[in-house]
Write a protein of this length. Structure first.
Length: 423
């Protein structure tokens, strides 16, 4: 069996927006707007540079129905580059680009082989001794386990399975096309090319079960390098799996301690220092989209809560001073705490009375239960994609079922804000 290499990618979500980055101007705005397109172009560049034998796209090439034909035309253009180099592409559709989700279609170049949504099928690459097995989604919500219907491995060939799956509901993802690790391992394939979970991971070796991760991070829950897996095969055995970074905008969650800061200017200096460090060490020349969490106990807690807009502007000013395409601050999140007792404690005025009422309420099990019922029902009605993005603060307490913490948080912030305003 000859040696060969292939690229395993998925979750490209072509032409989907990057969330939370509105307000950027200049060259960086164009980078943000076209990030998923440029990431796909970077992937094709890597395929050509590495001279891979084929490319696998394991679902969610698109984020949903195209707004217009330009989305499809861009994909065809990039596939044409691979066709010119005689590199075939093997594609399954996932939940976002299931057959029922896409109303516009274009004829694809001959080098793009699309797996049927009616049943699992097999493509072979005879000169390499490779068999690829897969099935596209017919509809968005696939609750059936597709693995049992996948073809048996072809003897004497290197067998690859393409599957878009939640694999038991990993990492908070909806459990589309559910299956177990044992089912994948026992199928007899040499490599499982998975997508749907956006965090790259090698879950099993011999056989390899691999999530490639998404090609471009689209919000703060998708931090760090993003790209594809470059798989090298020699004598029918996987020799190496390397990460190819294709992202154009890289997300970073940066925590800055406010402890010991006595003036807002001190904190701004700290924020600038961590932005510079992140750009120099984490961005790898890409635009860094940062969320900054301010933490720790500080006497600035109240002023920070009442001046988030100004602190955010100061942080963005620091980022812009590094260059237009260096960094952008998506949000500032205040997670600091007041020094010593809470703002209303030990007070003998109306603010102290309010704090004591809130503390009594948080200890009222009946009230907490009523909150759990009312708020929990509301949150459950939110679309899954929205719930997983609203992970901060109060909503995280709700998702964790920690309603006492929620009430403590609300009470602490309320009394601190009132105290800061001189009430």
């Amino acid at each position: 069996m000859p040696s060969f290499r292939f690229l395993h990618t998925g979750d490209i979500h072509l032409d989907s927006p990057l969330k939370g980055l509105a307000g950027q101007e200049g060259p960086a705005a164009e980078l943000i707007r076209t990030a998923t397109r440029q990431a796909l172009a970077n992937l094709v560049d890597a395929a050509l540079k590495e001279e891979v034998s084929f490319v696998i796209i394991a679902g969610d090439l698109y984020d949903g129905d195209w707004r217009d034909y330009q989305t499809g035309l861009y994909f065809v253009r990039q596939m044409g580059r691979l066709a010119a180099a005689q590199i075939p592409v093997y594609l399954i559709y996932g939940n976002h680009d299931a057959e029922s989700q896409i109303t516009r279609r274009l004829t694809l170049p001959e080098n793009v082989k699309v797996f049927s949504s009616r049943k699992a099928q097999t493509f072979t690459i005879d000169d390499l001794g490779v068999a690829l097995h897969g099935q596209s989604f017919k509809q968005r919500d696939v609750s059936d386990n597709l693995v049992p219907a996948y073809p048996q491995p072809l003897p004497g060939l290197f067998n690859i399975g393409l599957l878009h799956t939640g694999l038991g509901g990993m990492s908070g993802h909806l459990n589309y096309a559910p299956c177990s690790m044992d089912e994948l391992v026992n199928k007899g394939y040499d490599y499982w090319a998975l997508a749907h979970v956006h965090q790259a991971a090698i879950l099993h070796r011999e056989p390899y079960v691999v999530f490639c991760g998404n090609l471009q991070g689209r919000h703060i829950r998708e931090t760090g390098p993003k790209g594809a897996s470059l798989v090298s095969v020699r004598d029918g055995q996987i020799e190496d799996i390397a990460s190819i970074h294709a992202d154009v905008v890289r997300w970073a969650l940066i925590r800055v301690s406010a402890e010991g800061s006595h003036h807002a200017s001190d904190l701004v200096d700290r924020i600038r220092a961590v932005i510079v460090h992140a750009v120099e060490n984490d961005a790898e020349g890409r635009l860094l989209a940062c969320r900054i969490e301010l933490t720790g106990k500080t006497e600035l807690h109240g002023p920070l809560l009442s001046s988030v807009e100004r602190i955010t502007a100061e942080a963005r000013s620091s980022a812009l001073s590094l260059g237009e395409e260096a960094a952008w601050i998506e949000r500032i999140v205040i997670k600091t705490e007041p020094v010593g007792n809470s703002a209303g404690a030990l007070r003998a005025d109306a603010l102290g009375d309010l704090q004591r009422i809130i503390e009594q309420a948080s200890a009222d099990s009946q009230l907490v239960e009523q909150m759990e019922t009312a708020i929990g029902e509301l949150v459950r009605k939110l679309p899954h994609e929205l719930r997983v993005e609203l992970e901060d603060g109060a909503l995280k307490d709700v998702s964790d079922g920690n309603y006492k913490s929620l009430m403590d948080r609300i009470g602490n912030d309320l009394t601190t804000r009132l105290a800061a305003e001189g009430m």
